[in-house]
Ligand binder design. Structure first.
Ligand SMILES: [Cu+2]
Length: 576
């Protein structure tokens, strides 16, 4: 009986591995082809990166991989009415996109500014085409449907006849608008979209009614009528106070703002001969900072944070009839149940943020950052290696004696914080030169559709850590695999080729192909300067084994003859 139960027990133990493996059923480990890596920095306009003067406009150097077009900046500063046809033709602007005239106060700069805005759909559906058009990728193959305010452009919505990429003026975020304190500004909204929209000037000093007694606050329920598809409306502004403000659509605001109809509106302090850059398309570095900014700062950056819920942004990709879109978006979609999936900085997510939204620094500089949160949640922006001073909240200067330094900047929805970053290496303002990332410290902010790395991560990069194509000279793992559609399509295993990644180090502009077949093992050296250890003859595992064997045999022989040895010792003592 006992023998039988022992047999059963042994049989069960023998079967255990088979039973366990059948229950877990582990998948095979297979190597996944990454499908090819995009050109990490495709900038073919090295001339655009240099400091230069066009049409008398001084344009600062921009060392990033994808710099703004200097001709475009000249048009933004002088106005499309004050530049040569040649310069205008080097941009996508319509001839009447930015009109600047009338030096009303006689201080050498124009004070009557007329800006034309249209409404563009990005990554939307077309009945004539299977794909999305015009396309704007926030990361490789990530194309959420969006609406943006766009400067009035000429020609096609796409870059060329052969591709679907949007022309450079049609992009997220809606452009930063910059005017001078006291300017008489007209914003003419030409509604080129299939839904009604308006412009509300959030925080900007503007009268509730315009000079004709019409509504001027952009809120249909209190003052304005809808600006219907195909019609236009002029908003009149004469801001008395400088600061960082906002403009956004106020029709079905919860979804129209989230779709992207929101941008920064900056009022610069009044100075003589102060031609300000009317648009900063794509936000980021301001390559022609105002006179007042240059009195205190070396450079200036607009940082616009936005987030998107797939459930909302997919609607315009699934439906093409405005009635169906209105029903799905305004009657069926419930924002209370929403989750933000895409977290962007200046319209892009990591790693594309590295092309356009890095901050370039040199030691002992002051850099002005204007941060704006158009997401639906509180942000916790964080700078590595630096503590910045918050100088302004919502466009109002904080008492200079009470200004505080932080390394986390909490930004409520629609809030603006102006920061002063000092790059003085004193262990407080800056910890020294390097590639210092800055990002949202909420974990979800560093995700793209739930995957890391992604989200609104960018970097503050000191000039000596920038390579010749404008990418940070990183010394960590290669980020090349993140520039693949497979990664963002959740098809690339998170740890595949990690040894190869670690061996690659700095990212460069060259195409990244397959990782090397084998990674050379690091050569390990013994501690230097310890002669005793290093000089031991035959210091390897085989000799250790032989020596151990010999010593073991000697000890064993001694043990076997222990009685004889003890007797020998005793007799030796007796002789004494
Ligand atoms: Cu709208």
């Amino acid at each position: 009986m006992q023998k039988k139960s022992l047999k059963i027990l042994l049989g069960a133990v023998a079967l255990m591995p088979i039973l366990v493996s059948a229950a877990v059923s582990l998948p095979k480990t297979v190597k996944v082809d990454n499908g090819g890596v995009e050109t990490i920095c495709g900038s073919n306009e090295p001339e655009w990166r240099k400091a230069q003067t066009i049409e008398g406009v001084n344009i600062q150097e921009s060392l990033r991989c994808a710099p703004d077009n200097p001709a475009q900046i000249a048009a933004e500063v002088k106005g499309t009415n004050n530049i040569s046809m040649e310069t205008l033709m080097n941009t996508y602007y319509a001839a009447d996109a930015i009109i600047k005239k009338n030096d009303i106060d006689g201080d050498g700069d124009p004070d009557f500014i007329i800006i034309k805005l249209e409404v563009a759909e990005l990554n939307g559906h077309s009945p004539d085409f299977d794909g999305l058009v015009p396309t704007f990728d926030i990361a490789p193959a990530i194309q959420p449907g969006m609406w943006v305010f766009a400067p009035k452009s000429r020609g096609m919505a796409t870059n060329s006849f052969v591709g679907t990429d949007a022309n450079p003026l049609l992009r997220a975020p809606s452009p930063v608008i910059r005017v001078e304190q006291g300017d008489r500004v007209w914003i003419q909204l030409e509604n080129s979209h299939y839904f009604p929209h308006t412009i509300h000037l959030h925080g900007v000093d503007h009268p509730w009614v315009d000079s004709a007694g019409e509504g001027n606050d952009g809120v249909p329920q209190s003052s304005d009528k809808f600006v219907l598809p195909g019609s236009s409306k002029t908003y009149e502004i004469r801001p008395r106070q400088p600061g960082s403000f906002v403009y956004h659509c106020h029709v079905q605001t919860h979804v129209h703002l989230a779709m992207g109809l929101v941008g920064m509106f900056v009022v610069e302090e009044n100075r003589p001969n102060n031609w300000v850059q009317t648009f900063n398309v794509g936000a980021g570095q301001v390559r022609h900072p105002s006179k007042a900014i240059l009195e205190e700062y070396d450079s200036e950056y607009d940082l616009h944070y936005h987030a998107m819920d797939k459930g909302l942004h997919d609607i315009i990709q699934k439906y093409n009839d405005p009635r169906l879109i209105a029903k799905k978006m305004n009657r069926e979609y419930n924002m209370n149940d929403s989750t933000e999936d895409y977290h962007t900085l200046n319209g892009r997510s990591f790693p594309y943020t590295l092309r356009e939204s890095i901050i370039v620094a040199e030691p002992d500089q002051n850099i002005k950052l204007r941060m704006f949160n158009s997401t639906g949640e509180q942000l916790a922006m964080h700078t590595h290696g630096h503590k910045a001073t918050i100088t302004h909240y919502d466009g109002v200067e904080h008492n200079p004696n009470a200004q505080i330094m932080r390394d986390i900047y909490d930004l409520a929805p629609a809030q603006r914080n102006d920061l002063k970053i000092s790059t003085v290496d004193d262990g407080l303002h800056s910890y020294g030169q390097g590639v210092w990332i800055f990002h949202d410290h909420r974990e979800k902010g560093i995700l793209t559709d739930g995957m890391n790395p992604g989200g609104n991560v960018s970097a503050l990069v000191y000039k000596k850590y920038l390579n010749e194509v404008g990418l940070p000279k990183t010394i960590g793992e290669s980020i090349a695999p993140l520039f693949t559609k497979k990664f963002h399509g959740r098809k690339l295993p998170v740890w595949q080729d990690i040894d190869a990644w670690n061996s690659l180090g700095e990212i460069d502009g060259k195409d990244y192909k397959a990782p090397p077949a084998a990674v050379p093992a690091p050569v390990e050296e013994g501690p230097k300067g310890i002669a005793f250890y290093q000089d031991l003859p035959g210091d390897n595992s085989i000799s250790n084994f032989i020596w151990g064997l010999i010593i073991g045999i000697i000890l064993y022989v001694l043990f076997l003859n222990r009685e004889k040895i003890m007797a020998m010792i005793a007799s030796a003592r007796g002789e004494k």
